[in-house]
Structures are given as structure tokens and as C-alpha cells.
Design a protein around this ligand. Structure first.
Ligand code: SIN
Length: 196
């Protein structure tokens, strides 16, 4: 199921009057920026946890066989580590299109190493969006990720690239690590070189 959130996001005018703003990435935005940025720094946000509970009908799956990609779900006390990018407001336009399958811009506080904070945006696909899949048995989620494929490539590459990027950042994410282990066990070979 698909619901295009581009128009909803375009109505959000937060930060439009600034020269630059911080965008927090926790999924593909960590390992595949694909947009211009002024600066990039590891950061975390609070009260959210990363889960492969969002369906991908447009990038890592198809409407008939959706993949599973990351979203954030609320969890009091949780920290989600990722990458922050300082971007110009115009950069949000193509990002709204990239994240159109259910993700909405959310204003959040970013925490940087050293204790600095900043207000910024992140894209979250909440449970009321049409493409939300929710939790499933880990084995079933891993099988779906191992088998799905969409216009942006195999779903397994999304997961394994994210697992590698988190490891490189020194971030432990048991949910991602467990799915990556299960996907490796399901089909050990990678499908090709890491896409840029
Ligand atoms: C993000 O990476 O911050 C959003 C989800 C995605 O594009 O994978």
C-alpha cells in the first residue's frame, strides 16, 4: 500500500527561514547521503528506537512484495544513534521525494558528542502510515528482507550496509545486528558491490 507524503512534508515550514538546518539520519541516510551537505557529525536523538517495521514499496521492494526498512518507534529512555547533516532548506525538497512512502518530517533535538545540542529534523514513518508493517517474528522479518528487491536494489543491501555503517560508528544496535545475522544465515553471499 502506498501513500505519498511529499505534499504533507512540503507544508512543513520549520527552518525555512534559516540558512541551514540539521537533519538526523538513522537508516539509509547514514550510509547513502546522496544529497549535498555543509557538515556531517555523528549524533543521537532521545526517546526513539530504530526498527525495521516500515514497508518499502518504492525503493527496496515493490507493491506486490514490499521490503522492510528502518523507521523510529517511540520508546521512553531510548537513544537512537545516527548521522547528522547540516543542510540548506532547499535540500529537503528532493529528500521529501526520497522519503515519500510514509515518512513525515519531525522536529527533534539532536545531541552531539561533547554535549552540544541543536533542534533539527528527522523523517519518521509512524504506525498510522499506509506502508507501516509493524513487528513480526524475527525469522519472518529476516526472510522478507533477504528476498525483497526494488528499484533501489536488494533489501538485504539496505540492512547490511546499515549494519556496517553502525559498526563503523561504534554503535551497538541489537535489533539491526540480529536481523543482519539472520539474513547472512538465510543467504550468505552479498549480491554485488556496495552501491554508492
Ligand atoms: C533515515 O535514514 O533517516 C530515514 C529512513 C531511510 O531513508 O532509510
Amino acid at each position: 500500500m502506498v501513500q505519498d507524503t511529499t505534499a504533507l512534508n512540503r507544508r512543513m515550514t520549520h527552518f525555512d527561514d534559516r540558512d541551514s538546518l540539521w537533519l538526523f539520519g538513522y537508516g539509509s541516510l547514514i550510509w547513502k547521503a546522496g544529497f549535498p551537505y555543509l557538515e556531517r557529525r555523528p549524533a543521537h536523538i532521545r526517546g526513539w528506537t530504530r526498527r525495521f517495521w516500515q514497508g518499502s514499496h518504492d525503493h527496496r521492494g515493490t507493491p506486490e512484495a514490499p521490503g522492510r526498512v528502518a523507521t523510529l518507534v517511540p520508546e521512553p529512555g531510548a537513544l537512537c544513534h545516527g548521522m547528522a547533516y547540516r543542510i540548506t532548506p532547499e535540500t529537503l525538497r528532493p529528500l521529501d521525494v526520497r522519503e515519500k512512502n510514509g515518512y513525515l518530517r519531525e522536529v527533534t533535538t539532536l545531541f552531539f558528542e561533547g554535549g552540544e545540542t541543536a533542534q533539527g529534523l528527522t523523517y519518521i514513518a509512524t504506525e498510522d502510515n499506509a506502508a507501516f508493517l509493524g513487528e513480526a517474528e524475527p525469522t519472518a522479518m529476516a526472510r522478507q528482507i533477504a528476498e525483497a528487491h526494488g528499484p533501489s536494489g536488494p533489501n538485504r543491501d539496505y540492512l547490511l550496509n546499515l549494519a556496517e555503517a553502525l559498526e563503523a560508528l561504534g554503535v551497538e544496535d541489537p535489533h539491526v545486528a540480529d536481523l543482519a545475522r539472520r539474513v547472512h544465515a538465510h543467504s550468505p553471499a552479498r549480491t554485488g558491490p556496495k552501491p554508492m
